[in-house]
Write a protein that binds this ligand. Sequence first.
Ligand code: OXD
Ligand code: MN
Length: 599
Amino acid sequence: MTKNRKLLDWVEEIRELCKPDSVYWCDGSKEEYDRLMNEMVASGMAIRLDEKKRPNSFAFNSDPSDVARVESRTYIASKKQEDAGPTNNWIDPTELKKTMLDLYDGCMKGRTLYVIPFSMGPVGSPIAKIGIEITDSPYVVTNMHIMTRVGNNVLEVLGENGEFIPCLHSVGAPLAAGQKDSRWPCAPIEEKYIAHFTDENTIWSYGSGYGGNALLGKKCLALRIASNMARHEGWMAEHMLILRMTNPEGKKFHIAAAFPSACGKTNLAMLQSTVEGWNVECIGDDIAWMKIGSEGKLYAINPEAGFFGVAPGTSKESNPMALASVSSNAIFTNVVVTDDNDVWWEDMGTECSGGKDWLNKDWKPGMKDANGKKILGAHPNSRFTAPASQCPVICPDWEDPNGVPIDIFIFGGRRTTTIPLVHEAFNFNHGVYLGATAASEPTAAALDVVQKLRFDPFAMKPFIGYHVSDYIDHWFEMGDKLGDQAPRCFYVNWFRKDEQGKWLWPGFGENSRVLKWMCERVEGKIDAVETPIGLMPCKGDLLLDGLDISSEDYAELMKVDTNLFNKSLDDVGEYFASFGSNISPRLIKELDSLRSRLQ
Ligand code: OXD
Ligand code: MN
């Protein structure tokens, strides 16, 4: 147990407020994990999967109303509204606390209050931070065991006077005496609140048991709270995968990449290189914390210890390494539990004869509802939780407390037109512009019609814990500090199509060809062609051997149509206008320079 007064007082204060039946301090041990899982199996909340097919693995079905992050109920409750900016919901913190205190009052009746001491980042790393999550959900405890480092060693590092980030969570479903619990307790949507009190680095979450709403180390702490701390403390908390690419001579390159959801971030993080002699290892698939370290370079750690990945679409073809990572000791939420007690999801690449769907109802592939619409077995946002250490291509240095030196930043989005496969920024400030204007099309766009773009700056739109303009300024300022040690910036688009709607680039493992080009650029081995939008591969530098791409298709894939590009800048201008008056002049300057280069 701890002697940290602040922590003991906080736990006591929350006990008095939430009125649980008991208080339990988590030690992070395997015994603890096994005991909680056994209890959840006994209560009917968890399903134990077949021990031979999927050892020590469990499946859960959430309440149908509690299947994803709820951005409409997520708040940055800074004292001043302008500090939250146009990309966040805001409520005055005093008012929000009052509302939430009423909800928290007695909310853990009939339940256990679990105290989870956890470290984001290797315990004791100079880049790591300690959080304490209080929760009434044993599902959250077991997921936190996998996603973070939980245990007494965290309390040792915390010591008597150390600082921690308080993270309060309740599913918001108190039990009356004798009341039977539901399989997935949670509160109705209008009572859900995911609140960040950024002036005091505190998180309060109420009413949801799911993913980013409830595993508070991930999006709430490691992105929203951490991005705000990082800005004040001169480091970076980003929604980025981290990977190491090693060339045939053994030289290592470290890449951090930001993509909005549904752009294959986990797939790229665990990519199987198709380029002979070039090898890729995974360091993280979702979050990067980066600090300036030795020789003025930017060093990154993955603050997480596991993967909380989207299951549907994960197959031997798309991501064999993710499949291997979930072969044991995994938690599945909202997938199909098959008749033989294993798991299945859409586009897993295997046959399924039937089982129970994500609602725990009898299900067979091809089933249709009353309107003739196919019934999905797994929810589109169904998830696996698995220890990162189980990934066959996890980098041996993934837990290095000092992190790895980042050479390359990649930004991207999903665009069927306009944006070529790859281009490099002229310099870091231009790179910041590329990250700030990262965007996807809302749907598979009608070709040759530029639809309104969905901007997702640095893939951080739902996760920036402060004003988006200040966030972009922070990127520029980090570039100033890093000077010529700053990572080189690239923009990719794996999703370009031809006029018939055919993908022009094969993607997946073949993306290693593009990464190789970037590494060779960084090494200074190859030149690039200067275009108005940035630097692009010289003929022959992007390895295409063995790919079935005609020279016409390659030209289309790399084409920069200045007219089309110019048109999309109207959307950029409109988007920047939504930032308000404190938009960074440097961002405007980059847009103006791009406009004039395109003339
Ligand atoms: C995630 C997300 O779950 O970005 O990683 O929503
Ligand atoms: Mn994410």
